[in-house]
Design a protein around this ligand. Structure first.
Ligand code: HPA
Length: 263
């Protein structure tokens, strides 16, 4: 099964048919994703900040989200994120299929493996995002009237505040291209439970100190609104072309990872 995790500005799975909300219990709390169909395939939609954007990035229950999706049988996730840009080539309105992250979060539960019976686990993140899903997204974006970048380093901050210009200068020197508040631990937990995960980041603004004036959440949402149609088209084209069987290695990221679910 496929899932879309919608970020800021993406709350509504308008491409899906027969949509219904379901409740999924997890050891971390309940989630209430929407389940529908797209061209005969089951697709789950989960708005990361809640249906009415009420949950800030540092309060999102990432563990419940990923555990819940995995327990529903989700094997692949495409997520969307709004991002600020540190890279002059990546401009507001551009899409970036990110390929690496830098983790500057501070206070999040970012693993399912807490030792004890489950053992001590160190997962490889050489390729954090699923290469097969990234290829699907890139191919879907070709031929569309959007600027699509085939790589990008996502810096994840704790938020919910925006960054200072000094922080942005630091991130830029460290090799960051984009800054956002949600991709970590989402990508990390997805890999721990063997789900393929890829992200479409949409640039909504140049980051603090690069942008001409102060930043606002309204500005972010406004650019997202202007580009929603492009994002929906990209997601639909991707859903149409995802191969039925997985040919990547994401499901084997943790040796014997199924034991998480057999407790
Ligand atoms: N910083 C952090 N997160 C963001 C930004 C930003 O400038 N724009 C959209 N999400």
């Amino acid at each position: 099964m496929l899932a879309i995790i919608g970020g800021s500005g993406v709350y509504n799975p308008s491409m899906l048919e027969k949509v219904k909300e379901i409740k999924v219990e997890t050891p971390y709390g309940m989630i209430t994703p929407l389940v529908g169909e797209y061209q005969g395939r089951d697709v789950v939609f989960l708005p990361r900040h809640g249906a009415k954007h009420t949950v800030p990035p540092h309060r999102i229950n990432y563990q419940a989200n990923l555990w819940g999706l995995r327990s529903m049988g989700v094997e692949r996730i495409i997520s969307t994120t709004a991002v600020g840009s540190l890279n002059p080539q990546m401009k507001p309105g551009d899409f970036v299929i990110i390929d690496q992250f830098l983790d500057f979060t501070k206070n999040r539960r970012s693993t399912f493996f807490e030792g004890g019976e489950l053992g001590v686990v160190h997962v490889d993140y050489t390729e954090p995002y699923c290469p097969e899903l990234r290829r699907v997204l890139l191919e879907a974006g070709r031929g569309m009237e959007v600027n699509l970048h085939d790589r990008g380093v996502y810096v994840c901050t704790e938020g919910p505040r925006f960054e200072t210009p000094a922080e942005i200068t630091m991130f830029s020197r460290l090799g960051g291209d984009l800054v956002g508040m949600t991709n970590v631990p989402e990508v990390v937990l997805a890999r721990e439970v063997g789900i393929c995960y890829a992200t479409v980041s949409m640039v909504t603004n140049f980051a603090a100190g690069i942008s001409a004036g102060p930043l606002s959440h309204e500005e972010v949402l406004e650019i997202m609104r202007e580009n929603t149609d492009h994002l929906r088209t990209l997601l639909m084209k991707s859903l149409e072309t995802i191969p039925v069987e997985r040919a990547c290695e994401c499901k084997n990221a943790v040796q014997g990872g199924e034991r998480l679910f057999s407790k």
